[in-house]
Design a protein around this ligand. Sequence first.
Ligand code: ASP
Ligand code: MG
Length: 404
Amino acid sequence: MALIVQKYGGTSVGNPERILNVARRVIATQAEGHQVVVVVSAMSGVTDSLIKLSREVSPNPSEREMDVLLATGEQTTIALTAMAIHGLGHKAVSLTGAQAGIVTSEVHTKAKISTITPERVHEELAGGNIVIVAGFQGETADGSITTLGRGGSDLTAIAIASAIKADLCQIFTDVDGVYTCDPRLVPSAKKIGEISYDEMLEMASSGSKVMQSRSVEFAKKFGVIFEVRSSFNQNPGTIVKEETDSMEAVVVRGVSIEKNQAKLTIANVPDKPGTAARIFTTVAAAGLIIDMIVQNVSVAGTTDISFTMSKDELEKAKAALAPIVIEVGASALHAQDGIAKLSIVGIGMRSHSGVAAKLFEALSAGGINIQMISTSEIKTAVIIEEGRIGEAAVLVHEAFGLGQ
Ligand code: ASP
Ligand code: MG
């Protein structure tokens, strides 16, 4: 007998029929002789519509009340899931985050889990119940409802799995697992059997988001091994765990794509201490989230500084920086959208050489121009024209043998 945590996301519980599908799946798991804890999200679209509703009564709602409101989404799903299981003739009990013993910090809408005392979960399991826990929520030490940030049901599942020392944690979603690239762009993309926490985090931050990143960080910290798989079929998914030696033999685990990027270049910036600081404190003060930063080697006392961001941030960035260009004595501000980022990710990069060369060669074979390059220990990323991203993904995926 194993103790299993299964998490079902919003799409997997998106309508009554799908809730019944989840009910049947968890009953089948229990029937194999296991104890099952199920963590559910709000039905798809519910959290968004609750947020929208709040804005219709107040432009700036209190964050404490936001949490009281948003927690109702998951509370609806736990009750419906328990009812569905009862209707099929089996025992189940729903628990809110607080009832499951999840205590958090006081930062409403983005609370951090501080402790979990899952006595009630163990008791209900011992009574033969399938235990349904509301994802995304907890309570502060003095009893106020909190939520864990968007996508937070993933975190609930990982944290509960860690607290009850589950044998298995399965994250059920609407995709079959983590792929070597987006199969809509690269038809030969393959499901990855095993991936390390670090690769999963890098892939998520460069566009292949399957799960909330905080939950992957939590899993890494507490060594929770989990599987990402589909709730719509029985296919095995992707196992996410600490890296192993055999993982390092694979140079590139996957190719991530991020569209809708934009680039801002400040030309002929005087090359003296304090200029970059002046530019980027302005960027920070405007609340802009930026990605790659590149500064040229200075020739004749000036350099160009470029950085990328999501296309939606471009107008705001231009407005914030226009006065700074004049203040620091630069010559112009160039804005460009219609670009995209392609990243290759793999822990094997730390021990293999020639990875960047192979990436650049693949792009060059397609006549695709590289506009910017950045690297980290386990990632190499390039900015290219957005219109060619599909072609580039296919070439790079092929060059690293990922389709085989
Ligand atoms: N319902 C919450 C959200 O939409 C939490 C989750 O789905 O994981 O962000
Ligand atoms: Mg979700």
